[in-house]
Design a protein around this ligand. Structure first.
Ligand code: ADP
Ligand code: NI
Length: 221
């Protein structure tokens, strides 16, 4: 359970993040944060973690996404730290929270993991869950629209080896994103709770893709 002081820090952070993300694109708006926050709390109940670090990490994890800030990875952690200092939050809490923001979008693959904590594991699972299932599908097409990408193009095969940089500017249709990222996530979950929730959403996405191709190919049942 969180103490009253801790709860007031969380309430203040919730209000701050809501304000900061008022103009954000639909897949990264306050409601994304809200879903990640709720999932993180749910997963944290089964893990040995500091709940304050988990909740603040979830609330602040996309405060300045580098995708929308010319790739600058340090704006988010710096903004979060300045905000938490204004609330006089202990540095022993601020540091692990900024580390979560810095390291949450570690993609696996060939990148070396340079930081790890049980709290990061929980928030990262919660963030990944939001890329899966019905909400994940909605976010993918929303992001594809934001980048002006095609829904699908049978002539463009998924590219599993694109670098992070190339990926941002590639014209990869949104359906390809399922193969390039979304369907790989269930095997990258950190916690048992996260894995179980991811499985369910994964199966739903597979069903969705079957139906998508059925409709695309004009097959009548
Ligand atoms: P996060 O913010 O969770 O670290 P990303 O910023 O990579 O993850 O992606 C945010 C959302 O946008 C996710 O739902 C993801 O599937 C979607 N997205 C990212 N890149 C693409 C893409 N190339 N095509 C479609 N959707 C994408
Ligand atoms: Ni996120």
């Amino acid at each position: 359970m969180l103490s009253t002081t801790h709860q007031s820090i969380i309430d203040a952070t919730e209000n701050y993040v809501k304000q900061e993300l008022a103009e954000a694109e639909g897949g990264h708006d306050w409601w994304h944060i809200h879903r990640v926050w709720q999932s993180a709390r749910q997963i944290a109940r089964h893990e040995d973690v500091d709940p304050l670090i988990v909740e603040l990490g979830a609330l602040l994890h996309d405060i300045a996404d580098s995708k929308f800030h010319d790739g600058d990875e340090e704006i988010g952690p710096a903004k979060a730290a300045a905000f938490l200092r204004s609330l006089q939050v202990d540095e022993a809490i601020i540091l692990p929270v900024t580390q979560i923001i810095r390291h949450i979008s570690f993609k696996g693959g060939n990148e070396a993991r340079t930081y790890w904590s049980a709290e990061l594991a929980v928030v990262q699972d919660a963030d990944r869950l939001d890329a899966l299932g019905a909400v994940g599908i909605a976010r993918a097409f929303n992001y594809g629209g934001f980048r002006n990408r095609a829904l699908y193009d049978p002539a463009i095969a998924p590219d599993m080896h694109m670098t992070k940089e190339a990926y941002k500017t590639s014209a990869s249709p949104t359906i390809n994103h399922f193969y390039e990222k979304l369907l790989l996530l269930k095997d990258r979950m950190n916690t048992a709770t996260g894995k179980a929730l991811a499985e369910e959403r994964h199966v739903f996405m597979e069903r969705y893709l079957e139906q998508f191709y059925r409709e695309w190919n004009g097959q009548q049942d």
